[in-house]
Design a protein around this ligand. Structure first.
Ligand code: FE2
Length: 376
């Protein structure tokens, strides 16, 4: 079972009309941002960075910004019931609102994408304070999710104008998480082509990898997945669609509980997955577990690896190899009560693929949880 990642755009004179510098931040709309920030700090090792709320002139919402290395999460809660953020939480529960991308020119990013058919979420806007100026714009993607374009080369403040430094006494240690590797969206039945087309035509991404329901099916359920990548490969958005199986697809369960399409998981990279997962487990993060038999033929399947297989088995870390190298990965259980958003921890050792060899073991683990919830 060989997996090769096709090169993305930006090749052979194809000018990338939407050059992206990477993920700027991810904003969640949550029911209680103060407590969510505490959870991500305590459990995942994020540290307080910035705050905006009534004390800083934000009358209707509060936002806590937390950071670990290059990963910045913004946790936002409305202070009153009748507004778009409250409606979002009522419908979706806690979830990702914005996948914000760093650009050199937020106005151009907005013009290039809206000209190609994107629906505007935020017209190009300048935000200013004594530390400089940030330019922001935004477009809508699947469900109620949006992409913000953030231009920050003329800004020297802590996060965005309107935010102050958040420096509490409580700053737990980091767990080794480094940067966002990819963010996966779940879309509805027959939604795949529409959203693959959106990322290709509106954002200039390329489909670098596809999995059909034969690749991703268990005895009971199935899904399809296509990985979309921008030109330089810094931003990767796999898209999942449910497929017909004997029982309910995990993507369908997500759609039911999230109340529509949305971000299914955020994959974050580490350089030492064994140490990172040990710390996360100690701090209370719960992971999906595969049966111990997964490790019986691991060496035969992936060949020689640097890590101690016993340590991987003890922690439940999965391994897969492609033509370029191998990767190690593990998935958390959902991080809120609805069976919706979860995190993936990934360490890449040459491999640029997504762990196709683990799909079956992984999805069986997901289905065991689904069955416990009565949804399989
Ligand atoms: Fe993933």
């Amino acid at each position: 079972m060989q997996t090769t990642v096709r090169p993305a755009a930006g090749i052979a004179g194809n000018k990338d009309f939407l050059p992206l510098l990477g993920t700027d931040h991810i904003e969640f709309y949550v029911g209680n941002a103060r407590q969510a920030a505490h959870y991500y700090k305590t459990a995942f090792g994020f540290r307080s960075l910035a705050y905006a709320g009534p004390e800083t002139g934000s009358k209707d919402k509060v936002s806590y910004v937390i950071r670990q290395q290059k990963i910045i999460l913004v946790l936002t809660t409305p202070l009153r019931p009748d507004n778009e953020i409250a409606d979002h939480i009522y419908r979706h529960g806690d979830g990702v609102k914005a996948l914000a991308l760093r650009v050199d020119d937020a106005r151009d990013a907005w013009q290039q994408t809206t000209r190609r058919g994107a629906e505007s979420f935020l017209e190009p806007t300048g935000l200013k304070d004594d530390r400089g100026v940030i330019k922001l714009s935004g477009i809508r993607t699947y469900g109620d999710t949006v992409h913000l374009f953030v231009e920050r080369q003329y800004y020297h403040g802590i996060f965005l104008p309107g935010f102050v430094k958040w420096e509490p006494g409580y700053q737990p240690s980091e767990t080794g998480l480094l940067h966002v590797d990819h963010c996966v969206g779940n879309v509805g039945w027959n939604g795949m082509n529409r959203w693959v087309g959106f990322y290709e035509n509106v954002m200039g991404f390329k489909n670098i990898l596809s999995f059909d329901d034969k690749d991703i099916s268990t005895e009971y359920s199935a899904l399809m997945s296509k990985v979309m990548s921008n030109g330089n490969g810094y931003v990767k958005f796999p898209i999942n669609e449910p497929a017909e199986g004997k029982r309910k697809s995990q993507v369908e369960e997500f759609l039911d509980y999230y109340g529509g399409e949305g971000v299914q998981h955020i994959a974050v990279a580490t350089n030492d997955i064994v140490a990172t997962v040990r710390r996360l487990q100690f701090r209370g993060v719960e992971f999906l577990q595969v049966p111990h038999t997964y490790y019986d033929d691991l060496k035969k399947r992936v060949g020689d690896i640097d890590e101690d297989i016993e340590a991987l088995a003890e922690l439940g870390i999965l391994v897969d190899r492609d033509e370029e190298g191998y990767l190690l990965q593990i998935f958390t259980k959902p991080v809120e009560d609805r069976p919706t958003l979860f995190f993936e921890i990934i360490q890449r050792k040459g491999a640029r693929s997504f762990g196709k060899g683990n799909f079956k073991a992984l999805f069986e683990a997901i289905e065991r949880e689904q069955a416990l919830r009565g949804n399989l």
